[in-house]
Design a protein around this ligand. Sequence first.
Ligand code: SAM
Ligand code: SF4
Length: 431
Amino acid sequence: MNEHDTEKIAGVLSGMGYSLTDSPDKADMVILNTCSVREKAEYKCYSDLGRINELKKSNPDLIIGVGGCVAQQEGSNIVKKAPYVDLVFGTDNITDIPQLLEQKKRAPADRVSTVRRKRKYQNKVSDTAAASLKRSHTVKAWVSIVDGCDKFCTFCVVPFTRGRERSRQPDDICNEVLGLAANGYKEVTLLGQNVDSYGKDLGGAVSLAELLKMINDTEGIERIRFVTSHPADFDDKLIDAISSLPSVCESVHLPLQSGSDTVLKRMKRNYTLSGYREKIKRLRDAIPGIAITTDIITGFPGETEDDFNLTLDILTEINFDAAFAFQYSKRPYSPARLYEDQIPFAVGRERLNRVIELQNSITLSKNQECIGREFDILIEGESKKDKGKLTGRTRTNKLVHLTKKAGIQTGDILSVKIRSATLSALTGDVV
Ligand code: SAM
Ligand code: SF4
């Protein structure tokens, strides 16, 4: 979501005559697009700002801006803590950047915009200025379908920073996808904090499953992904859509958070472990070979060693392709910050390490199971680490490296036989 917002910010700035540079020392303006899901990211914002301010010594005209969730959450506190910041804009205020810059010249105090817009999708950037959205890839693109979240999980700041759920009109989404296809894009990822809720605020006429059907036939779009799903809302209609629509990839990210029903209840996740398990079974029965990834939180307030062991058990049982594990972090506004039974940092950290160690061994063996098999790989371009190699992805979203060969181009879909596997990637040869 943040990466896509960065593309929108770059689009707005390019409309003002700016272009991207690869180094802050060469920049006339530096914008930090921030995340506040965990405290560490918020700290990083302030430490990065201090470093960027150093550049003002040799370039006093440098403009420093802060956008994203920390900006939304902190608003004018940012200019109090870091008075050298020239503009602050919230998650709904990307299109205010030109006006903020103008205002700043006339009235320097007036440089913060975090006003939440009306309760409807803010589609100004991605619709009316879609052409100027500065996308960071040439074959795969993010497409926002719903912003905000109404779930209010007790650990999470997102409903407070991103606001309530606002779905984008299906026609606007389809038009953006058509435009991407016309420009040679092969893959789209539909984005939202909770994509499975798509359309509920529009009267429910078009659900995510129906939206996938509408996009599936777009000529030129070979792959459709969506992220993030929520286990409480993930339903059979969606399973049918993945299994029956040829362009929808066999890959689902379904954050579990904990293997203990007690913890899930205190997190207000609105599903039980047995409900989650049942959905995984239905997914795997309907779509053999589907890749399933998840998110896990360790050290949530009140998590006992027994609760934590249930998380380890379910990781082994479900055999996820990958899991993103996080240590619980107290967030503003979130009810769990006030729970009395906070877990000592060292305990949460040690549990995090155990989750990572277990999941690494599962992910590695899952990747090794791919050796000797053939997959369709969408070539995404040159490898960042090795110019002699190309990278691409399987439909199940596994990263694949292959040796560069004449005739292979970015955007090609090739059959590749896997010859080796590590934790993070597969290596193969074009068949
Ligand atoms: N909407 C998605 C869902 O609920 O399933 C996830 C969105 S959230 C921005 C991404 C992940 O960050 C969550 O799945 C959770 O594991 C993690 N996360 C969110 N708040 C957290 C917190 N306070 N401490 C640690 N991890 C957190
Ligand atoms: Fe946060 Fe829960 Fe919404 Fe995900 S579903 S964004 S974790 S409140």
